[in-house]
Design a protein around this ligand. Structure first.
Ligand code: NDP
Length: 280
């Protein structure tokens, strides 16, 4: 097995598949990003998603809402997009300003267009084992491991991080009968965290702390997925101390060029899926 899990290469294969699928469709799918922020990182994420959509032939648009505008303005914009027949997928870029209730905004998106898979209805479907829109990062992580030749069935996967967008849905996906892994989810209150990670066949770091996972926390031959994106002195750094951990790992994802591009590719897949569902 190659040591470096190349997210750029694997995601480009996924994007090619999406492009072929778009070509076969009667109508061009459309993705709309709602951006209520002037944070440069959020603007960059939206730009990257739209560029990727453009490259596979998916129409896209950004609806900008002034960060000082009211929550009602955001909700009514989302309502309009829900009713717009030309729109297949809606994503509300997070984080939202403090005066906006994030849950309310997520729940405003109709589940049929919720390509992020954050709506409680879609989370429920995932939990029930009949997923419709799987959140893009967990979906990308599983696809990436499979494409790299990792058989997840029966594997002991330790996830560090229990967020609603990464850790938790990834655990549910791994537990599904399609994957059949054995997930353990650790978080900031986990005692003796390194005892869990050392027992893992696969460690997934989604902590948001630069280089949190160190070589002494993993065993020889481990497979490591680094979800983290942290900016340190202007550079992107993951949640894994890459150099030292890669010496012990059988396979590891780099940052950048690992999970990030897989997340974007999975969002495109979800958008095509949304268009297909609406066509039916
Ligand atoms: P959150 O901040 O929502 O969650 C972080 C999780 O890590 C929490 O569950 C928290 O525990 C846990 N944690 C924090 N500190 C510790 C600690 N010292 N020991 C053990 N657990 C700890 O982050 P996200 O899940 O949204 O994101 C995680 C990382 O992934 C970030 O770097 C983010 O930028 C990146 N990211 C990357 C994406 C990609 O496409 N590559 C997509 C989404 C996120 P507790 O719940 O107890 O507070």
């Amino acid at each position: 097995m190659e040591k470096v899990i190349d997210g750029d290469e694997i995601s480009s294969r996924v994007r090619d598949e999406v492009a072929e699928e778009v070509e076969r469709m009667d109508r061009t799918p459309k993705l709309v990003a709602v951006l209520m922020s002037d944070d440069p990182a959020s603007e960059t994420y939206v730009r990257m998603k739209r560029q990727a959509a453009d490259e596979v032939g998916i129409d896209s648009e950004t609806v900008h809402i002034d960060p000082d505008a009211s929550e009602d303005e955001l909700l009514s914009t989302v309502e309009e997009l829900n009713d717009d027949e030309t729109v297949d997928g809606i994503l509300v870029q997070l984080p939202l300003p403090d005066h906006v209730d994030e849950e309310r905004a997520i729940e405003a998106v109709t589940p049929e267009k919720d390509v992020d898979g954050f709506h409680p209805f879609n989370k429920g479907l995932l939990l029930e084992g009949r997923p419709r829109f799987v959140p893009a990062t967990p979906k990308g992580v599983v696809r990436m491991l499979r494409e790299h030749g990792v058989d997840l069935e029966g594997q002991n996967v330790v996830i560090v991080g229990r967020s609603d967008i990464v850790g938790k849905p990834l655990a549910v996906l791994l537990l599904s009968r399609d994957v059949n892994a054995t997930p353990t989810v650790c978080h900031s209150r986990t005692e003796n965290l390194e005892e869990h990670t050392r027992k893992a066949d696969i460690v997934v770091a989604a902590v948001g702390v630069p280089e949190f996972v160190t070589a002494d926390m993993v065993s020889e031959g481990v497979i490591v997925v680094d979800v983290g994106i942290n900016r340190v002195d202007g550079e992107l750094v993951g949640d894994v101390a890459y150099d030292e951990v890669s010496e012990k790992a059988a396979a590891i994802t780099p940052v950048p060029g690992g999970v990030g591009p897989m997340t974007v590719a999975s969002l495109l897949e979800n958008t095509v899926e949304a268009a297909r569902l609406r066509q039916k």
